[in-house]
Design a protein around this ligand. Structure first.
Ligand code: URA
Length: 440
């Protein structure tokens, strides 16, 4: 078999065979296919797409390119959750403890920030001494003892995805539904949970900017999960506006703790309740109404927050920052961003808000950059709010004062202020189960 013929086949719009896809994934993993041929095939897939069968074969070959985690030594149903990435998306920090407090185990491998989007592992590492690189035995022990553990992806989980993702990032082939679906689902399948909840983001801060594309991506991923025997549900949630008020690592941990205490922003709280409810439903804890009641109970009685503390301690972290968020190290510098005119905030370009936070130090400019865990943005006004010229609409934080000017320039470009009040934001657009799409 020759890579040249596989590229030509896809370029000509043909369906690739199982053997061709397996040859490609094996060659990517062992390094025998050069990057230029891999990139050519990725671009051909970007333009010509893949059939459901091709996408399923690509996903399972990528999942099997490395370790397949066996979670059977952890008792009970294990539920995983994956977000397609967003700005201010700290939902894992809120819902994993909620779900664990309701008796469902969460053994989760998360990622770092990517482009303008934040990553759960970076957020957790803002907790002093918190370990995100646990060996398998330690990981399982934490889940068995506390009900949850969130760690970084182990080096050999879907290594084919690692290589393909790095190439897609630099060849303008990220926004392809079969490639995103295979990338996400290969890692979820290899990570071993019984059920998977997908949080597919849509809007200006998401990889999928339109609702139709987001639904198509969700349908592709749900079909893949169900085909390999993992019960999978997807929610399409809003990422046209940053989620909550905090963007940046320790700022987001603080907001998550407040949300677990019942003092979180309305949008974040609502999305977390819906996601956690669906995770419990996947784990067969009851009807949707019963699952929602369980979620509200563990938020109100403090048991979800206790789970977060227990996980932090079990992973070596200093839980005093969770007990009292004032113990988090604070950025030495802050800067107020003021409204340039009066009116209503009618649009927030969420990708630009995310990049502005990266400029402040909350994300990496290059692969090697260190994160400034204290850096980020607290939004004082959001979409739909009425502001007067000169009102503070955001406070920026950083360890480097020189970053404020360019971060503010970009942030101001992200904000549109107009005279007319915009329509109410929608938080959840659709719920996708096997062969079923409910639009809200
Ligand atoms: N997240 C992933 O893991 N892969 C993608 O392709 C996009 C988002």
């Amino acid at each position: 078999m020759r890579m040249y013929d596989i590229i030509m086949n896809k370029r000509n719009g043909n369906e690739l065979s199982k053997q061709e896809i397996e040859f490609f994934v094996k060659g990517v993993t062992d390094g025998s296919i050069p990057d230029y041929q891999t990139s050519a095939l990725l671009m051909a897939i970007y333009f010509n797409g893949m059939t459901d069968i091709e996408t399923a074969t690509l996903t399972s070959s990528m999942a099997q390119s490395g370790d397949m985690v066996d979670l059977s030594s952890i008792e009970g149903i294990k539920v995983d959750k994956h977000s397609t990435g967003g700005v201010g998306d700290k939902t894992t920090l809120v819902i994993a403890p909620i779900v664990a407090a309701c008796g469902v185990k969460v053994a989760k491998m998360s990622g770092r920030g990517l482009g303008h989007t934040g990553g759960t592992v970076d957020k957790l590492e803002s907790i002093p001494s918190f370990q995100t690189a646990l060996d398998r035995e330690h990981f399982f022990r934490v889940v068995n003892e506390t009900g949850l553990s969130v760690i970084g992806q182990s080096g050999n989980l879907a290594p084919a995805d690692k290589k393909l993702y790095a190439l897609r990032d630099v060849t303008a082939t990220v926004e392809s539904i079969p490639l995103i679906a295979a990338s996400i689902m290969s890692k979820k399948i290899a990570a071993g949970s019984d059920c998977i909840l997908l949080d597919v983001k849509t809007g200006s801060g998401a990889f999928m900017k339109t609702l139709d594309d987001s639904i198509a991506l969700a349908q592709a991923m749900v079909a893949i999960g169900e085909n390999v025997g993992r019960h999978t549900i997807a929610l399409i949630t809003d990422m046209d506006i940053p989620l909550g008020h905090a963007i940046g690592n320790s700022l987001e941990v603080i907001e998550s703790v407040e949300t677990l205490k019942g003092n979180g922003p309305k949008d974040l709280t609502e999305v977390c309740i819906q996601l956690a409810t669906n995770m419990l439903y996947l784990a067969k804890k009851g009807s949707m109404e019963e699952c929602k009641a369980m979620v509200l109970k563990v938020m109100q009685d403090g048991s979800a927050l206790e789970r977060l503390k227990a996980m932090v301690k079990a992973q070596g972290g200093d839980a005093c920052v969770i007990e009292d968020c004032n113990n988090f190290e604070k950025a030495p510098y802050s800067h107020e961003v003021k409204a340039q005119k009066s009116g209503y905030i009618t649009h927030m370009d969420t990708e630009k808000c995310g990049i502005s936070s990266v400029i402040l130090g909350a994300g990496r400019e290059t692969k090697e950059s260190d994160i400034d865990f204290t850096a980020g943005i607290i939004l004082k006004a959001k979409y739909g709010d009425s502001v007067q010229q000169g009102d503070v609409i955001a406070t920026m934080y950083s360890s480097d004062q020189s970053k404020f000017q360019s971060a503010e320039e970009l942030f101001q470009k992200a904000i549109t202020i107009c005279d007319e009040k915009p329509k109410q934001e929608q938080l959840i657009y659709a719920r996708i189960e096997k062969d079923k799409v409910e639009r809200f």
